[in-house]
Design a protein around this ligand. Structure first.
Ligand SMILES: Cc1cc2nc3c(=O)[nH]c(=O)nc-3n(C[C@H](O)[C@H](O)[C@H](O)COP(=O)(O)O)c2cc1C
Length: 194
């Protein structure tokens, strides 16, 4: 099973990308997390450019989402909201509507910021956007505040409670992704014993 990790930061030493790597290590062994690295290549959303064949970067994003069983988004918070590059990616991924690559896709959201509140507003907004898009948004957040001092040299979260919450969130995501990949149960006429 494959989870696609999307970091909302372009920064080389991003705490959010670090958080995704920690999440990858917390996943069950049969689940791989691949980090999407095409955010910088996406053009600004323009409906005039939203045609077939799609821009190669847009097509690659949509394909990566389609090929994944679930999505894990780690978002920073910029001025109390979603970074523009991440919102831009979600806008591209939301089209065509309905029936986009994100439609019904299990998605969990977490976030890190150097402020006290761990990108809590940005996480709430990303979940709201995903809900409008029609993704299967997993309840719960993981705000990593004061991110400059939240990680050890090995890249793991220093706080054991945060580590445990990260483990719980990715397991719920993996379970939801596994359930989404199951064929629907065969129709059982009413009154017929299994
Ligand atoms: C333009 C800008 C706005 C920011 N606004 C907020 C904010 O509203 N809340 C917050 O907690 N941190 C804010 N920060 C600090 C970011 O949380 C910090 O830069 C964080 O490390 C970015 O994530 P990254 O490490 O993944 O790149 C802001 C940073 C920038 C550059």
């Amino acid at each position: 099973m494959r989870i696609l990790g999307i970091s909302g930061s372009l920064r080389r030493d991003s705490h959010n990308t670090r958080l995704l790597r920690a999440a990858a290590r917390a996943l069950p062994p049969a689940v791989e997390l691949v980090i999407y690295d095409g955010l910088r290549e996406l053009p600004p959303y323009d409906a005039d450019l939203d045609v077939e064949p799609a821009d190669p970067a847009v097509a690659a994003l949509r394909r990566a989402i389609t090929d994944a069983d679930g999505i894990l988004i780690a978002t920073p918070e910029f001025n109390g909201s979603i970074p523009g590059v991440l919102k831009n990616a979600l806008d591209w991924a939301s089209r065509p509507f309905p029936g986009s690559s994100l439609s019904g896709k299990p998605v969990a959201v977490l976030g890190a910021s150097t402020g006290l509140f761990g990108a809590a507003w940005a996480q709430a907004e990303v979940r709201q956007v995903l809900g409008v898009i029609g993704a299967d948004v997993i309840d719960g957040e993981l705000p990593i505040g004061q991110a400059d001092s939240a990680f050890g040299e090995d890249g793991e979260l220093l706080d054991p409670d945060q580590r445990a919450l990260l483990g719980e969130l990715v397991v719920v995501l993996a379970e939801r992704a596994a359930a989404a990949g199951q064929p629907p149960a065969p129709h059982q006429p009413a009154g017929v014993a299994a």
